[in-house]
Design a protein around this ligand. Sequence first.
Ligand SMILES: *Cc1c(COP(=O)(O)O)cnc(C)c1O
Length: 389
Amino acid sequence: MSYRSGRHFLQIPGPTNVPDRILRAMARPTIDHRGPEFRTLAREVLDGIRMVFQTHQPVVIYPASGTGAWEAALVNTLSRGDQVLMIETGHFATLWRDVAVDLGLDPVFIPGDWRHGVDPDEVQSRLVEDSSHAIKAVCVVHNETSTGVASRIPLVRKAIDRAGHPALFMVDTISSLASMDYRHDEWGVDVAVGASQKGLMLPPGLSFNAVSEKALQAHAKAELARSFWDWGPALTANQKGMFPYTPATNLLYGLREALEMLDFEGLPQVFARHDRHAQATRRAVDAWGLEVLCSNPDEFSSAITAVMLPTDQDGMAARLLEIVLDKYDLSLGVGLSKMAGKIVRIGHLGDFNDLSLIGTLAGVEMGLGLAGVRHQSGGVDAAMSHLAA
Ligand SMILES: *Cc1c(COP(=O)(O)O)cnc(C)c1O
């Protein structure tokens, strides 16, 4: 591989670019996790992370990728054979379903076309049919990172309420947290699953469960085997600024820095910044004469845009990705499972500004040309006009 000058453009939808401030914060000696200095750090991050989930309730932090926090959400609240209502919005919803199957749960999986989010009416009718309340949880991915479709969580909450159903409501916020509005308390979510490597601008390695009172009541009765993932010992230790095992101290340094940055910018400003960059990206896609995978404008993701490539031009997605990496040191997201070879995904979340977006889109536009993807030029111009307006 030849020498690459300048910055790598890591525009996959997670992990995202880690700001220098956060890298520096993590490059410090690890300290005694039972000492007074650690307790201050633990209290700061355990308190601060609640701001990001917009909750006053506890958040459990795991030294694990998001997949671990998926498992934690289920094993802490459910028992073997419990039905869980899950919806096939894309790759990540399917993987969460697989976790449920592995754990001995009984997922009711509503099929989807990967171009739409969760249909609240469908959730309502499934729950109304379930008059014996066999369904114990409704599990939804907020921002489906494999498709760029964002489900409308408040509408799903209303659907559960309209059905008068007591199921727990669990939401995967992994790629929406700290990039798109997510309100744990106001939206009445019982367990939210988050991870460090997307909107939080951290390296992979931390994940989260934000937990409601109702979820804690379910925890007291849940019978699935749990040990490492058990909320109980974590919540008890956390009250003293401790963890029940050796915590990922240096990632927690990074988390403290990220929380400070997000607090300084302000969550509403963070969300508005992502909305605007997503709009500019869609202008570019339109101008290229290409189509965004998400079919419903009310469900456009502000964190990632999936672009469909011409179906009659085989192998173009792989070619485009290879060319932009080779020529421009730009990493874009591949299409996952059902979307393999059909789309490319542009991540525009995390530590990102107007010029990083324009650089990214310029890389895509030049790559479309070099790869020979049928398109029109002018996408970057359209995005610039939007940003400058
Ligand atoms: C990235 C992602 C995951 C997977 O998390 P890992 O950290 O890779 O285990 C799950 N759900 C969504 C929505 C994601 O974006």
